[in-house]
Design a protein around this ligand. Sequence first.
Ligand code: ADP
Ligand code: MG
Length: 621
Amino acid sequence: MAQETFTFQTEVERLLEIVAHSLYSHKEIFLRELISNASDACDRLRYAALTEAHLTAGDTDFKIRIVVDRDARTLSVVDNGIGMNRDDLLETLGTIARSGTQAFLAKLSGDAKKDTSLIGQFGVGFYSAFMVADHVDVITRKAGEEHAWRWSSDGRGQFTIDGAERPSRGTTVTVHLKADEDEFLETMRLSGIVKKYSDHIGFPILLGEGEKAETLNAGSSLWMRPKKDITESQYKEFYRHVGHGFDDPWLTLHNTVEGVVSYTSLLFIPEQAPFDLFDAERKGRVRLYVRKVFITDDCEGLIPPYLRFLRGVVDSEDLPLNISRETFQHDPRLAKIRSGLCKRVFDELAKKAEEAPSEYETFWNAFGAVLKEGLYEDFENRERILPLCRFRSSAGSELTSLDGYIGRMKPGQDAIYTLAGDDVEALKRSPQLEGFRAKGVEVLLLTDPIDEFWIPSVRTYKDKPFKSAAAADAQLDTIEADTKAAEPTSEPPDGLEQMLGRLKDVLKDAVKDVRASKRLTESAVCLVAGEGDLDMHLERLLRRHRQLEGDGATPRVLEINPTHPLIRRLAAVAADSPEAIFADAAFLLLDQARIQEGERVSDAQAFSRRLAACLERSLTA
Ligand code: ADP
Ligand code: MG
């Protein structure tokens, strides 16, 4: 068969560049990656053989072998797993199938330090071999097929595929070591690396060939070993294998449940958010095993989508081996396992939140936005999730729980006030907060898009309704003020009613109403949503995602601050100011409120003309 040459997908090329400049300080991890792949390949074949026994005929003894050739200066990782045919090779070694790859790579800056931590969320897997190799050969034969194939590359833009010989199924990855990487030919060094990173692998890993081969690992599935025999570093390396993570686990949960349905679970919560956390697919990454046989790493129904940050393994004695992956998800036993896992995770999170609040903050910052999806879609567990939620608030820089917030509510305050926007700092400066601040009323600042969805569906916490501080009906006047200073200092100006009427006449449909504000203490104006109207932040969000038709924004209520000097001045002249001058002022005030709200002025030309006219008048006085 003629040799064919292919070009790496652009993303792979980019990744290889990074790998070649060796962002990892521990190059040795390439071996862990190759062993991890070999183990996955054995897992996959064992599963396939459940229904097609002939695939493993003649060799049911899965193993991974490391072979060194000192003369050729090569290191090979050999497995008798599922193997690859030509199409598989083309699909997997030359491309990166993972969704979000492109977006991820775009984030890499070229700044080695930053990139290392970013790439940690991604993992380069097979391609890490090029950290130590100037050439990699893969000779592989798929279980049940006749032909073997050789994939070959120096990692610089191209790879070749041609026919090859291999006496039986499986894959041999041969790494041709770079000039200064001889340490990876040393038996001691290799066995050290395997013990360090791959001891948890459930298949025997042998070093050497034939009779003289030495088994380097314990060779039993890590999750089935007693907790007391497992070191923290073994847990960590196992996490990296099953989770494809390069960070450390933030939390490790290992336990066995005996009951109607018995199972063992070893679950991890990562430290860092993986790059594809917000993929539309919201796929879970927990592997399902049945009596130590790998079934799937994509089991819908095992873990709810809002816990998709969990990594690890669930192994059950009581699920049938021979049922298809598709029917699994409807199995009531699986539902039992799921609710047990959820409960366990919530309990552990609650414990962490209680005992180690600052560590909990790390978790919350990485995964809080995901967990909150559960408030919206898992009615059953809502009451468990709510106390786990943390919020930024107007009261300080600390995160607060809802219980903490309720504890600080003012006499006469009957709602949990929230304000939604894109970023906390901007929200803190928002004019809508002025009156709340003056009265010492705390407002939760919401910046995750999901907040717009769970709040309307949850509605209350401990009988306290959630209410937007940017809604017209925020009832500030029933709340007792912290200090006398918070009470309005001046009487409403004469001409207030007349000014309000005139503003309404001039602004017409551009606003829903014009009212004197109780919430403003510093700013002259602000916009609020009329009763029953779409929240302003939500409207912007929907528009950004093109979920709203048309371009006319919902008219808002313009609130004006009767104590502000500008408004008092406007009220004083409201009766006899010429039409054009009053209109300029009215529209400029509205535009000012829009800008503060983070919106565009409705007509930039008109805005500039009015501003210029106004400035001119003020300068010629
Ligand atoms: P990942 O393991 O995260 O999928 P890798 O880059 O490590 O990513 O491997 C890419 C793909 O190449 C694997 O998903 C698998 O399909 C294939 N592959 C790699 N090594 C082997 C192997 N030893 N046997 C079979 N397939 C393999
Ligand atoms: Mg891999």
